[in-house]
Design a protein around this ligand. Structure first.
Ligand code: NDP
Length: 432
C-alpha cells in the first residue's frame, strides 16, 4: 500500500526530491542512517481545525483550516498561508515539504511549514474576509509564535488578510511580535517584501544570463498569473529591458505585443480586485482570450507564476518549438514532472521554484530580523540583500549540480544543496 496515495501533489514533490537525492545518499553513508529519509518526508506535526464564521447574511459558514509544521531542524517553521477552494491536506503538505529545502537555500535560519484553508476570498466582502481571518487565527494562535512558527501570505492571502490575522493574534496573545510576515509598513512590515518573490525570480534568472554573458535587455518574456508574484516579476523584467508579453488569471489570459502595462494590472488586481479580462479596457491593442494559452506565445524566457501543475508536457513542447531558452518557476511546482523532463532534455535551462522563488521567504526572514531588532531597513538595503541572496542561491544550485557531475541540472542542484543543510542539522540533533 502506497502511503499518502490520496495526496498526488505531495507524492509528486517527494518523488522529484528523492530522485535527485539518490546520487547523494548512495555516495555518503551518513545519509543512509537513522532513517533520515523516512523522517524528512514525515511532517513533525499537522494541525487541522474547524473555522466557523458568520457571513453578511448572518449565515454560519464552516471552512477547514490547516497548518503543517514540517521541519524545524534549522529554525522556526516558516511558510505561507493559502486561502483557495482547492486547499486540502495534500496540497499543504506538498508546499510545506518544498518549503524545507527552499528555506535552507536562503542561507537564513528558518524551518519549513505551510498552512491555509479551503476558504475562497474571491467575491467576499471585507467584513466577511475579516470574520473568517479572525476565526482562523483564534485557533492558529495556539500553535504559532515569533520563535516557533511564523506564517506569511500565499495565494489568496495578501496585505489585507495578514492585517486581519495579525490584529486577532495580538488581541488573543497580547503581544506585538513578528509572528507573521508580509505585514503592513505601519506595524512591522518590511519594505520590498511585496516585490520580493517576483523581483527575486528575475534576479535569479539574471544571474544565469550574466554568467552566460547575456542580460534581460531585449528579451521576450511570457508570464502566467496576475497576482503578487507575476506582477513584480513583470515589473523587474521590464525594468531590466525585457518585454513582458502575457499575464493570466484562472479565467483567461492577455497578450500585449507592446509589453504588459504593469500599472494597469496592479490597478485591476490590487486595487479593484477584478478580473484580467478588464485589461483590454486599459490597453485596447491587447488581446484577451478565455482559458489557458500563454505558453503558445513565442518567447526567450517563460516564468510560470500562477499555481501548481499549470505548465504541461504539450506546453513544454510548444515552448521548445518556439526557441525558449529558460523557464524560471515563480509559482510552487507549476511544471509537471514530464514537462520538466522534456525541457531539460531539450537543453532549456530550468530553474525550480524552491530556488527561483525563494526571494519571498528570504525577505520574510529579513522582516523577522528587523522585527527582532525593532528596526526597519530602507528599500534599497532590503532589495540589495535580496539580490545577494538570489545570486547565492543560483550558485549553490549550480555548484551542487557540478559536484555530482550534473552540470546545468538546477533541479538536482537545488534539492541536493537544500537537503544537505537540513540533513546535517537533523543528524547533529539526534533522532527527534
Ligand atoms: P496571488 O493570489 O496573488 O495570485 C495568484 C495568481 O494565480 C492569480 O492570478 C490567480 O488567478 C492565479 N491562479 C490561482 N490559482 C489558479 C488556478 N488554479 N488556475 C489558474 N490560475 C490560478 O498568489 P501569489 O502570486 O502570491 O502566488 C502565486 C504562486 O507563487 C503560488 O504557487 C505560490 O505558492 C507561489 N509563491 C508565492 C510567494 C509569495 O511571496 N507570494 C512566495 C513563493 C511562492 P485568480 O485571481 O483568477 O485566482
Amino acid at each position: 500500500k502506497v502511503k499518502n496515495a490520496d495526496q498526488p501533489e505531495f507524492i509528486q514533490a517527494v518523488t522529484e526530491v528523492l530522485d535527485s537525492l539518490r546520487v547523494v545518499v548512495e555516495s555518503d553513508q551518513k545519509y543512509q542512517q537513522v532513517s533520515l529519509l523516512e523522517r524528512i518526508v514525515e511532517p513533525e506535526r499537522i494541525i487541522q481545525f474547524r473555522v466557523p464564521w458568520v457571513d453578511d447574511e448572518g449565515k454560519v459558514q464552516v471552512n477547514r483550516g490547516f497548518r503543517v509544521q514540517f521541519n524545524s531542524a534549522i529554525g522556526p517553521y516558516k511558510g505561507g498561508l493559502r486561502f483557495h477552494p482547492t486547499v486540502n491536506q495534500g496540497i499543504i503538505k506538498f508546499l510545506g515539504f518544498e518549503q524545507i529545502f527552499k528555506n535552507a537555500l536562503t542561507t537564513l535560519p528558518i524551518g519549513g511549514g505551510k498552512g491555509g484553508s479551503d476558504f475562497d476570498p474571491k467575491g467576499k466582502s471585507d467584513n466577511e474576509v475579516m470574520a473568517f481571518c479572525q476565526s482562523f487565527m483564534t485557533e492558529l494562535s495556539r500553535h504559532i509564535g515569533a520563535d516557533t512558527d511564523v506564517p506569511a501570505g500565499d495565494i489568496g492571502v495578501g496585505g489585507r488578510e495578514i492585517g486581519f490575522l495579525f490584529g486577532q493574534y495580538k488581541r488573543i496573545r497580547d503581544v506585538h511580535e513578528g509572528v507573521l510576515t508580509g505585514k503592513g509598513l505601519t506595524y512591522g512590515g518590511s519594505l520590498a517584501r511585496t516585490e520580493a518573490t517576483g523581483y527575486g525570480l528575475v534576479y535569479f534568472v539574471e544571474e544565469w544570463l550574466r554568467v552566460n554573458g547575456d542580460s534581460f535587455e531585449g528579451k521576450k518574456v511570457v508570464i502566467s498569473g496576475a497576482g503578487n508574484v507575476a506582477i513584480y516579476a513583470a515589473q523587474k523584467a521590464q525594468q531590466l529591458g525585457a518585454t513582458v508579453l502575457t499575464v493570466s488569471d484562472s479565467t483567461g489570459w492577455v497578450y500585449d505585443p507592446e509589453g504588459i502595462d504593469v500599472a494597469a494590472v496592479q490597478d485591476i488586481k490590487e486595487v479593484k480586485r477584478g478580473r484580467i479580462s478588464d485589461y483590454v479596457n486599459y490597453r485596447p491593442n491587447a488581446e484577451y482570450h478565455e482559458g489557458r494559452g500563454v505558453w503558445a506565445i513565442p518567447c526567450d524566457i517563460a516564468l510560470p507564476c500562477a499555481t501548481q501543475n499549470e505548465l504541461h508536457l504539450e506546453d513544454a513542447q510548444q515552448l521548445i518549438a518556439n526557441g525558449c531558452k529558460a523557464v524560471g518557476e515563480g509559482a510552487n511546482m507549476p511544471t509537471t514532472l514530464d514537462a520538466t523532463a522534456a525541457l531539460q532534455e531539450a537543453g532549456v535551462a530550468f530553474f525550480p521554484g524552491k530556488a527561483a522563488n525563494a526571494g519571498g521567504v528570504a525577505t520574510s526572514a529579513l522582516e523577522m530580523s528587523q522585527n527582532s531588532q525593532r528596526l526597519s531597513w530602507t528599500f534599497e538595503e532590503v532589495d540589495a540583500k535580496l539580490k545577494g541572496i538570489m545570486v547565492s542561491i543560483f550558485h549553490q544550485c549550480d555548484d551542487a549540480a557540478r559536484e555530482y557531475g550534473l552540470e546545468g541540472n538546477y533541479v538536482a542542484g537545488a534539492n541536493i544543496a537544500g537537503f544537505k543543510k537540513v540533513a546535517d542539522a537533523m543528524i547533529a540533533q539526534g533522532v527527534c
